[in-house]
Design a protein around this ligand. Sequence first.
Ligand code: HGY
Ligand code: MN
Ligand code: MN
Length: 411
Amino acid sequence: MSLPQINGLRLVDSLQALGQIGALPGGGVSRLALTEADGQGRDWVVARMRELGLCVEVDAIGNIFGTLPGTQELPPVMVGSHIDTVRTGGVYDGNYGVLAGLEMVATLREAGLRPRRPLTVAVFTNEEGVRFQPDMMGSLVYVGGMALAEALATCDTDGVSVRSELQQIGYLGSVPVGVPQVDSYVELHIEQGPVLEQMGLQIGVVEGVQGISWTEFTVAGQSNHAGTTPMALRHDAALVASQVAVFVRELSRRMGGRQLATVGALRLSPNLVNVIAQQAVFTVDLRNTDAQALAQAERELLAYVCDAAEAEGVAIHSRTLARFEPVAFDPALVDLVAQQAQALGCSHQRMPSGAGHDAQMLARVCPSAMIFVPSVGGLSHNVREHTDPADLQRGAQLLLQVVLALANRPS
Ligand code: HGY
Ligand code: MN
Ligand code: MN
């Protein structure tokens, strides 16, 4: 039986339409979690879900679920992702997985096809974790990995809580967070890296997600006059932050393998040209597919930070913002993705995910897997993020085929 074809034009139009919400001048999107723009984006998606006749539910952490009933009352096959973005985001990261799920439903309805199992399209709260940590917060609470009360009480740097923002945008839902009953979860996402494009491949069959370690360091030095303070008498918070940034680059080079290290956020105060920095607050993002190597990198970082602080005579304390072990997806589900990619005639290869995703949380409660499509120039978390329409359509078509194979399989 030939399967209905995903309408690629309609999918691209929906990505562009949603991308208008929080659009940045000159391109890209800024739709930080639980901001007014995120609320408007959620409203747009819920309206589309309702147009498609889905049963819409919002849970207590603001996760949104749109469900197409199946011919049988069974746990649903779930697809989805997130629609919150980083401050300099693109229109595809996360949004593609949600809108391809809705396009899949639209295609099935047009073809008059009703799968055996229900299909649910999920929008998970605060996947990016740039305003409220940790990242993947909504899906982590959904699977029982973080207490709801703790998540709701989490505040951003302005002291505003998740709870108050969810209330503000109207998404403090009534569906309790419980024990999810999900048959399986498949997340379609842009690769956000250079691998598929460099290898000229159409599809990434994702086998798992690497480990993630986010730490915030606060260095307390002594502000003083830049023109009168001898170098030997300084306690310069900016120096220590800079030394750590250089150290983690050297650490990842020395460790090799897949060790990654990033100092992405750095705030100095008083941040003035002629004042030695009194305080530096900065973050270190370490990642590795190898759990032991990641732990080793964390140990070496902490040892270095203590030595650097002591040498400069500054105080330093650290706060863990996120810490997730590497995750392997369900081998049988990964095989199914590979088989369906083969059947669809897609060039593909198995690969790990460099970015974190909600799928790594769903993997705690049901068989989960991911599908990647290429990112032009390997760019993401960048306003120039782009994926070609043909790749977008192909990925959504593969999602449809994998989901139908799951939804219609005998018990
Ligand atoms: O940081 C990540 O990997 C994801 O974008 N939250
Ligand atoms: Mn994402
Ligand atoms: Mn992202």
